[in-house]
Structures are given as structure tokens and as C-alpha cells.
Design a protein around this ligand. Sequence first.
Ligand code: ADP
Ligand code: MG
Length: 340
Amino acid sequence: MSIFEIKGLVREYDGEPALKNININIGAQALGVIGKSGSGKTTLLKILAGLLTPSQGKLSFNGTEVTPAVLLDLRRRVTMVFQTPQFLNGTVRTNLSYGLRIRGVSDEEIKRKVSDALDLVSLEAYGERYARNLSGGEQQRVALARALILDPEVLLLDEPTSNLDPVNVSLITDILVQESEKRLVVISTHDLDQVKRIAKHVIFLEEGIITEQGDPYKLDSVNRFTENVYTGISNVEKGVSQVHVGDIIIRTSSPLTGRISLHVRPQDIIISKGWIETSARNQFRGLITGVNERDGIVMIDIDVGEVFTVQITRRSFNEMSLKLGEPVNISFKASSVLPL
Ligand code: ADP
Ligand code: MG
């Protein structure tokens, strides 16, 4: 049986639809929700959490239609972790205890559960720290512990690691992989590596419609670009985003912050033998590690710390007399770096 059944779901804000005719059954397997900003991800998750009601259509939870009468039950069994967690004024322990206290759990059991939850997120010594003073990554781990301490049937996460550093992203992703064995996990994310690790099924939202869904390893929206997809942390400086991907920095003209995935089309990258004077904001030097020919077009892999695949014609390839193992430069414009 499905945990959630959604039929003909529409959600409007002031008469404007944010979700249009969503139909999906969500079983026990982890679900990923991907889509650009504004596509309706948060709205969908809030509806699943019982924090927003549909304008039209039907939502069932464990076979029962969600009506005001069962909403309270839904909210007890489903917890949501937001991109930016909010805390009560007080210690981590106060924050973790709160949900248990209002459920009437004994002091002794609360103590034990708080300690287990802190262990789970590797914050054993943080119980007496003031929650609002923790770093972003620590706060998000506390938020995850606060959700899991309630042992929810469903854990919803709305871009939980968008603003975090790679160490925290990987720590949280590992926990979510484990948790997805124990309960339904639904996660919205821009991080394609993360969605592949956690989700067994992915839906791709575009302007409030599911335009594609399936196995994340097979989904076109995730794998539309088999080459040149990079994930890193972006900071905006003077209108240009600098995305730290491994040891290199990729510049994109889209003003994005946080953890994002990017794509550069193989035909938008220029190869040169040495450094060139160019207005292109990205230029790297590396070695040719692969040469593959498809239909008169040559795809060259160049490792500059990250591997970039560059498409050139057979003719240019011959004219430049490029060879495996040779050092070359690649360059591409900031405007050619496309956020996914
Ligand atoms: P996402 O999480 O994918 O960025 P959202 O679900 O937040 O998308 O938003 C979907 C659409 O609904 C957007 O066009 C957004 O502007 C609009 N929207 C979201 N929340 C509200 C709100 N409280 N009031 C009015 N419009 C909203
Ligand atoms: Mg959102």
C-alpha cells in the first residue's frame, strides 16, 4: 500500500497555481524531488507534512483521506526539516526534548533519547550548547536529530543541505541513506549526487507539474547531461558566482549561493594549446585523458582537476594535432555554465 496517494492535486496562492494536477503514489521507498527554484518543491512537501492544504484534489495518508479530522494524526507521524532551521531559545537539549515533552514522554526516556539522537548526528557533546549559536551545519544536524527523535513514519527534508559545507553535506547524506531504510524519506534537493545516493525514485517538477519521474540513475533530467555535471558550493562576488568544485573554481553568471549542480555543454568549451587572452571567465590547464569519436565529432576528455569533455570537429582535432597525455587549456564563458 502507498503511504501517500495524491490525485489531481492543485495548490494555489492568491489564485495562482503553484502545483497543477499532481498525481503520484508514494510507497516506502525514498523519493527525491528535484526542480528549479519556484517549481513547487516546498509547496508539495508542506502539503505532505499537513502544513498546507490542497486547493483541489485528494491526498491520502496510509489509505485514509487527509481531512481536518486526521490532520493532527498526520502531523504527529510526519516531520519536516527545513532549509533554515528555527530553534527555541535555549540549549540543544531543550530543543530536542520539546517534541517528546509535549507527547508526554518521561524525563528518563527523554534523557536517553536525546543522548541517542545526538550520537546519531555526531554531536554527543553539544547537549548544553545554545542552539541558536551553533554553525549552520551543526544547526542542521540538530534539526535532523530533533526530527528523528520523534521516530516519525515519514521524514520530509526541504533542501536540507543547500547552505552547508561538503563535510556536513556528506555527514547528513550518510544519515539519510541509513534512515531511508527505516522510514519513508522524501527530500527536495538541487544536489544530484545526493539525490542519487538517497532516492530510489525521483520526480522532476517544472512549474508545478511532474514532467518526468523514475529511477534517478535513469532519469533524463538528472542524466540529460552525461558529461560535465559538477556539484559544488557557490558564493556570489560582484554578480558572478564562484562555485568551488573540488580544487577548481567555476564561474557562472547565474547568481546562486549554496550547494548547486552545474552543467557546461561540451560544444561551449574552447581548447587551446596554451593560455589565451579571452573574455571568458573560466580558463583551466590540464591533460588530455581521453579521445572518443562519434559520427565525425570528437569528444576529448581533459582533466584539469575535474574532467571536462569538449566537443570539436574531426577537422579541428586534426588541425590542432591533439594527442592523449598532452597538456592543453580549456576556456568557457561564465554564461555557458548552466545551473541544473
Ligand atoms: P520551490 O520550493 O520549488 O522553490 P515553492 O513551492 O516555494 O517552490 O513555490 C512555488 C511557487 O509558488 C512559486 O511561484 C512561488 O513564488 C509561489 N509561492 C510559494 N509560496 C508562496 C506564498 N506563501 N504566497 C504566494 N506565492 C507563493
Ligand atoms: Mg523551496
